[in-house]
Unconditional design. Structure first.
Length: 139
């Protein structure tokens, strides 16, 4: 018998227990899933999402589509209409996920929003000036 000396996770999400007697045993699995329509997920908070029921008449019971787990995918098969559903996906132990935001695009969008805000503020000021002018003409 050995004592637990550590835990490791491989790229497919299998959790291994390492024991003092040099035995390594699979213990469990970390789930990695994909959805056909990520926009159909409902934000729960704290970076958590849940599936939402679809409306009547839709083919899938969920707006996001039926979740597909990494270990259900078989190379060369058509998994829920996608051949490459998990290409480039892997679980990495002791790694932080990098941001998936393109900074140049995000800054450009902020500048566009700032200009839109300024234009809206100017149109409100202009409308206010026109109302004052109209009230002044009535007197």
């Amino acid at each position: 018998e050995g004592f637990n000396e550590g835990v490791s996770i491989d790229k497919n999400g299998i959790i291994y227990m390492h024991f003092s007697n040099d035995k390594v045993e699979p213990f469990g699995r970390v789930g990695l899933s994909r959805f056909i329509n990520d926009q159909g997920l409902a934000k729960v908070g704290s970076n958590l999402f849940s599936v939402t029921p679809s409306l009547n008449g839709e083919t899938s019971p969920y707006k996001s589509g039926i979740p597909t787990l990494l270990w259900e995918h078989k190379e060369g098969t058509d998994t829920v209409g996608r051949l490459d559903l998990f290409s480039g996906s892997a679980i990495k132990q002791k790694m932080l996920e990098t941001s998936n935001v393109d900074m140049a695009t995000a800054l450009t969008e902020i500048m566009v929003m700032q200009r839109s805000y300024s234009a809206n503020a100017k149109s409100i000021t202009t409308a206010d000036d026109l109302i004052k002018e109209a009230i002044g003409l009535k007197r």
